[in-house]
Write a protein that binds this ligand. Structure first.
Ligand code: SF4
Length: 383
């Protein structure tokens, strides 16, 4: 019997369209979400953005075996190359009921001798048993990212951050382990969790992790509406497409972490570093991102940095029908700029296949902003 109940066809048909898509490309990897629903109730949860907020118990859209089949046969999946994210959109992978599914998927991928990165983001309590079970995986490169914010307002995070902090310590403690750990310090929100004490606490915690990444709040209209409806003070006047980390807060974070050598602005950088590999998103081209990176890692990324030719990009895109109108409008040391892609997913496919940044001409990236929102940044010069 499946630990999480399987939805019927009719129930699945009634779900919002995006929820029915169990394999979806997101920035840090191809994401597998055949289980959806979570009781933890974080106010800023991504589920708000696609109509699943009321689903507070996990439900399965298909079996684990069917889901893994769908993933590895997906047109975006490249064995050993495509980074995978497991249950990062709509549930918590280490909820007691979801945990057997998380292990089943990892073990299925491992039995196929796939060496892809697999990112598992959690804030849940972990057990010593989890160390043993994860240590049995031989091929997949697993990274556990522990979401920690230090926010103590139960209206925003009913499930306390301290649990994730303890899990990070537990899972990082063994000297010999096959998987890596990342302190996923987010969301960092001015006025909520950015006092000097908060920054110091995160810094102390980061010493346990293989790497730390800090990011702002993913703040879209639906989440703003939730804040309003629940009487939670809104951190920003405006909402934005990208994550928000105002400039002054970033400076204070860097100061608090000065002398520490494994702090990153990008999830893929932290994950890649933790495995001793070059950043799979090719951020090395965006030079100002790398000023906080350890020298040894800079060398690893520099060694892997290749600026692709136009033909390379077209060649890779040929397998994607949705990229038949692709045009490469510019290629620099930083990124390839393209047009003709109606949605973002094929862009991530190209980016991971090339290990090089691919930007959409419709969303220009700004210098020193690292793909973040404009709110809180003074200089808006385009790069
Ligand atoms: S060198 Fe740059 S791209 Fe590579 S991991 Fe460090 S910050 Fe990321």
């Amino acid at each position: 019997m499946m630990p999480v109940p399987l939805l019927t066809k009719d129930q699945i048909n009634r779900l919002p369209e995006r929820a029915r898509e169990v394999v979806e490309y997101r920035k840090s990897g191809l994401s597998l979400n055949h289980i959806q629903g979570c009781p933890l109730g974080c106010a800023y949860c991504i589920r708000h953005t696609y109509g699943l907020w009321d689903e507070n118990q996990p439900r399965a859209l298909m079996t684990d075996a069917a889901a893994v089949d769908e993933l590895v046969n997906h047109r975006y999946f490249q064995p050993h190359v495509t980074p995978i994210q497991l249950f990062n959109r709509a549930t918590e992978p280490f909820l007691p009921k979801v945990r057997p599914h998380t292990f089943a998927v990892l073990e299925d991928l491992d039995a196929r001798e796939l060496t892809n990165h697999v990112l598992v983001i959690s804030r849940h309590q972990m057990k010593p048993y989890d160390i043993e079970r994860l240590n049995q995986l031989r091929h997949v490169k697993v990274t556990l990212l522990f979401t920690y914010s230090g926010i103590d307002n139960p209206k925003i995070e009913p499930y306390p951050s301290q649990v994730a902090a303890d899990s990070l310590k537990l899972m990082s403690a063994p000297e010999l382990r096959k998987y890596r750990t990342v302190l996923y310090w987010r969301p960092l929100v001015p006025g909520l969790n950015d006092t000097d004490e908060h920054l110091d606490a995160a810094h102390s915690l980061s010493k346990h992790a293989d790497a730390t990444v800090f990011t702002g709040l993913f703040y879209r209209d639906q989440i703003a509406a939730y804040y309003k409806a629940n009487g939670i003070p809104e951190p920003y006047e405006d909402t934005a497409r990208r994550k928000i980390v105002p400039e002054t807060l970033e400076r204070r974070v860097l100061d608090a972490f000065s002398g520490s050598s494994a702090l990153f602005r990008k999830t893929s950088c932290a994950v890649s570093y933790a495995h001793g590999l070059p950043d799979y998103n090719g951020h090395y081209g965006i030079r100002e991102l790398c000023d906080i990176c350890p020298l040894s890692q800079l060398e690893v990324c520099a060694g892997a940095h290749r600026v692709p030719a136009r033909e390379d990009i077209h060649q890779i895109a040929r397998v994607l029908p949705e990229a038949d109108r692709l045009r490469v409008v510019d290629i620099t040391e930083r990124a390839a700029v393209v047009t003709g892609l109606a949605v973002e997913q094929p862009r991530y496919f190209l980016q991971h296949a090339l290990g090089f940044q691919v930007h959409d001409a419709r969303h220009p990236h700004h210098a020193n902003r690292h793909g973040r929102a404009d709110i809180g940044w003074k200089d808006k010069t385009s790069s």
